[in-house]
Design a binder for this molecule. Structure first.
Ligand SMILES: Nc1ncnc2c1ncn2[C@@H]1O[C@H](COP(=O)(O)OP(=O)(O)OP(=O)(O)O)[C@@H](O)[C@H]1O
Ligand SMILES: [Mg+2]
Length: 474
């Protein structure tokens, strides 16, 4: 069980009190109490964390009973121990899976409605900001806009945690991605924190969503910053790692043997207590003061990592610092260039084009229509797919169909697009969705290739995506 020979076991038991060297520090106090109870004649059934010869933790279930001498005094203890590590890990995984499932259902339920509300708020605020000349009004709208964006980010993080996010997966070079974050990291961390990157040449590539991966690394760096109130050092390191069965078993059973790229973010900060370590990845778990942490950072990082086929591990010691390691499966393909454009608001950049907007939520429809008009497009509106189709079939020229994904009625956004493209093969199409994943899950390749906007949509993004779809420019 402890990987010790009988001689080593006896040695370990006699060299320290009750063989405490074989007990994990977390369990020592409880273990001593159990031994005392047996000394006083009791029989104990208990579970504790033990240590293997190589220092790995094992979970043990044990029964201890006293042996008395002729005088009736307790002279020795006898016991049986079973290694229940695998059972424990499976239970933990099951519990985690149940939690994910519950949060997943909850978020899928609210995020659609929530994003629609945010779309209305954000769109209207942007329009107010454009119209208002008063600097006071502008300042207030800017604050409100920032809060709306934060709201949108929170929903995204929740969706990421429950693995419901729509991912734009590309093959990328993690070193390049981290190098490009230099500026962002420097702006997010104070000068008292030294940032070191260790990015060895020849790193394998991985298939992941760029924005999500950046946001994961940034979240880890910000956690590191918060653990270093007096300054210190944050190290971001990458490495190629081959995991065999043994090493996978060490990480729990979640990960398959194979070739992985590791991205590690370590700090020399105050570390986590065992309790914080256990809860750290739970959504809404935070030890930060109200208003400072939402407790979604690590939940997002772990959800994203697992959705990408990877694995996350946290190592932390109070007073010594923390290392969070992300493992992503190798993608044996060349990296694709970063195609995301840095969108600058450029109102009225697109020429007049006729856009058919299909959206069932009246308020969302009104605000998106107003945003599009502001951008110089001509808009036709439809409240459902059937009405949309009849507009398409009418005499009016439509250059682009912008449709919601989830709509009431038998015809959803993807069905509308399918039918429309069969009749009008040159029609340009863009999806707009509150939580894109569900309805597009069964999509064919053609539907999947269609650009997608996630509500709430900022005007600059709306402009960029629609112009690109119409003119094929970025
Ligand atoms: N590098 C670290 N050092 C010490 N403690 C950490 C570190 N990273 C995370 N933690 C602990 O884990 C908790 C959860 O982290 P998480 O990133 O999920 O949420 P948060 O940072 O509290 O809030 P949010 O990221 O949503 O703003 C933190 O409150 C903190 O107690
Ligand atoms: Mg955080």
């Amino acid at each position: 069980m402890n990987d010790l020979t009988p001689e080593e076991f006896i040695e370990a038991c006699s060299s320290s009190q009750f063989g405490l060297g074989l007990i994990h520090p977390d369990s020592r106090e409880a273990y001593l109490a159990a031994c005392k109870e047996v000394e006083h004649g009791g029989t104990v059934n208990h579970e504790y964390k033990g240590l293997k010869k190589n220092g790995d933790t094992i979970y043990v279930r044990e029964t201890l009973a006293p042996i008395r001498n002729e005088d009736g005094k307790v002279a020795k203890m006898i016991g049986t121990s079973i290694d229940i590590t695998v059972q424990r890990q499976t239970e933990l995984q099951l519990r985690q899976a149940q939690k994910m499932e519950a949060v997943g259902q909850l978020t899928a339920g609210i995020s659609h409605d929530f994003n629609n509300l945010l779309a209305v708020i954000l769109g209207n605020l942007e329009l107010i900001r454009l119209r208002g000349d008063d600097t006071d009004i502008r300042a207030h709208t800017d604050l409100a806009l920032a809060a709306t964006e934060r709201g949108a980010r929170l929903t995204q993080q929740l969706l990421a945690y429950s693995r419901q996010i729509t991912m734009d997966t590309v093959v990328l070079d993690p070193n390049e991605l981290i190098r490009n974050m230099d500026d962002l990291l420097r702006r997010s961390l104070p000068a008292t924190i030294q940032v070191e990157t260790v990015l060895p040449a020849g790193l394998w590539h991985i298939a992941a969503d760029r924005t999500q991966l950046e946001s994961a690394v940034l979240n880890l760096a910000i956690n590191a910053r918060d653990a270093l109130p007096g300054g210190g050092k944050v190290t971001i390191e990458t490495a190629n790692i081959c995991l065999d069965d043994n090493e996978c078993a060490k990480h729990g059973l979640e990960i398959e043997p194979g070739r992985y790229v590791m991205i590690a973010v370590s700090d020399t900060g105050f570390g986590m207590s065992p309790l914080a370590l256990e809860g750290a990845m739970d959504p809404f778990f935070t030890t930060k003061p109200i208003g400072e942490g939402s407790g979604l950072g690590l939940a997002m990082v772990s959800g994203f990592t697992r959705q990408t086929g990877g694995h996350i591990s946290i190592h932390s010691e109070p007073e010594h610092g923390t290392t969070v390691r992300l493992y992503f499966p190798e993608a044996a393909e060349p990296a694709q260039p970063d195609k995301r454009s840095h969108i600058e608001p450029d109102v009225r950049s697109a020429g007049p084009a006729n856009i058919l907007l299909v959206e069932d939520d009246e308020d969302v429809r009104a605000v998106v229509a107003a945003q599009l008009k502001e951008l110089g497009f001509a808009i036709l509106e439809a409240e459902d797919a059937k009405t949309g189709l009849s507009v398409l079939r009418s005499e009016t020229r439509i250059d682009l169909l912008l449709t919601d994904v989830d709509m009431p009625g038998s015809m959803q956004g993807p069905d509308l697009v399918d039918t429309a493209l069969k009749e009008f093969p040159h029609l340009k199409t863009v999806f707009m969705s509150g939580h894109a994943k569900g309805a597009i899950a069964n999509a064919n390749d053609a539907t999947r290739a269609i650009p997608k906007l996630t509500k709430p949509v900022q005007m600059a993004e709306l402009d960029a995506v629609i112009s690109q779809a119409i003119h094929g420019q970025s």
